[in-house]
Design a protein around this ligand. Structure first.
Ligand code: NAP
Ligand code: ZN
Ligand code: ZN
Length: 347
């Protein structure tokens, strides 16, 4: 075991602060990474504050990790010291169930192991995330990172990128589709960039009037303010697909009404409060309400390669780790353009 500097929340109400954690020495299949950048996902905040009622303290959040390989176990073939590498939201799964065999490790029937706030498979301890100097994982859960793009803009692809890429691909969004992206935050801005790159007509659905110009700059064809009843009415039966990235309580029915016949509203945002949806809102127009969780390892690599080939990165504000608590408050206010990323050299 060796000590690693980190930032942790000690309880639901304590701010994040410096904390030293113990990491294992690399096992034969492990890859160890010195973390250069870690994105700040709203899931980090939900978890640090126990909003999903499942946090084990102390918790070290962070699952948008890029850095350089420092050490590898003797059996590792794919990576060597000096390589750029990344870790997203998953560090282990059973590898044996039908989903794991299909590369859908996020839906492992025996429970995937999250990058933080999870129990390790061998029962040896808990996982701690990327608000730290170093991390290690089995080589099967390490992503290869291109040197073509700025690394601080690549880090958020490991969660915000794959969480929007995966449902857009699964529901085959492309040319000829009318797509709504609901919520312009970390996930939402990646949703806009990716859906536009797939050829869809993209409308940004936002409750923040100040984000209109940015939505257009990111590639959205239209911007609709969700508090403007007239604009909302004009979208009745309009979309083929809506990706809902909102982190707080909101009315799903308003957006179901915007779906055309056979349309899909897919939730990736995970507000702690349950949704109320009358069956009638689905029955009429044969609409579907679905959900999607991050993405498996093969699809995450596919997404990273796609972004490298198409020059797609996240728009980021790089912060010092000391400013993480202020960044959380700003994220809650929607004051982030469009992902905070921690420069781990400041830890
Ligand atoms: P974020 O950067 O904070 O963005 C959330 C956006 O939601 C805000 O920018 C805002 O957009 C909108 N919003 C916030 N409060 C609202 C309110 N009261 N009413 C209406 N809209 C509101 O968060 P994020 O990192 O993108 O994460 C979004 C959600 O996805 C979180 O719940 C997170 O836990 C979840 N998540 C899920 C997965 C998955 O696998 N499914 C993966 C990662 C994250 P506007 O200002 O444009 O309205
Ligand atoms: Zn995340
Ligand atoms: Zn499995």
């Amino acid at each position: 075991m060796s000590q690693t500097k980190a930032y942790a929340a000690q309880s639901a109400t304590s701010p994040l602060a410096a904390w030293d954690l113990e990491r294992r020495e690399p096992k034969p299949h492990d890859v160890e990474i010195e973390i250069m950048y870690c994105g700040v996902c709203h899931s980090d905040l939900h978890t640090a504050r126990n909003e999903w009622h499942n946090t084990i303290y102390p918790v070290v959040p962070g699952h948008e990790i890029v850095g350089r390989v420092t050490r590898v176990g003797e059996q590792v073939k794919k990576y060597k010291a000096g390589d750029l590498a990344g870790i997203g939201c998953l560090v282990d799964s059973c590898r044996d169930c039908d989903n794991c065999k299909k590369g859908l490790e996020q839906y492992c029937k025996n429970g995937m192991v999250g990058t933080y706030n999870s129990k390790e498979k061998n029962g040896s301890g808990l996982t701690y995330g990327g608000y730290s100097k170093r991390i290690l994982a089995h080589e099967d859960f390490i992503l290869s990172i291109s040197d073509k793009l700025p690394l601080e803009g690549v880090a958020p692809l490991l969660c915000a990128g794959i969480t929007t890429y995966s449902p857009l691909r699964h529901w085959k969004v492309g040319k000829g589709d009318k797509v709504g992206i609901l919520g312009l935050g970390g996930l939402g801005h990646m949703g806009v960039k990716l859906a536009v790159s797939f050829g869809a007509e993209v409308t940004m659905l936002s409750h923040s009037p100040s984000k209109e110009a940015d939505a257009k700059r990111l590639g959205a064809h239209k911007f609709v303010l969700t508090s403007d009843e007239k604009q909302v009415q004009s979208l009745n039966n309009y979309f083929d697909f809506i990706l809902d990235t909102v982190s707080a309580e909101h009315d799903y029915n308003m957006y179901l009404n915007m779906l055309n016949t056979n349309g899909n509203l897919v939730c990736v945002g995970a507000p702690p409060t349950p949704a109320q949806v009358p069956a009638f809102n689905l029955i009429f127009q044969r609409r579907s309400l679905g959900g999607s969780l991050i993405g498996g390892i093969p699809e995450t690599q596919e997404m990273l390669d796609y972004c490298a080939a198409n020059n797609i990165v996240s728009d980021v504000e790089v912060i010092n780790i000391k400013d993480i608590n202020e960044a959380y408050e700003r994220m809650l206010k929607g004051d982030v353009r469009y992902r905070f990323v921690i420069d781990m050299a400041t830890l």
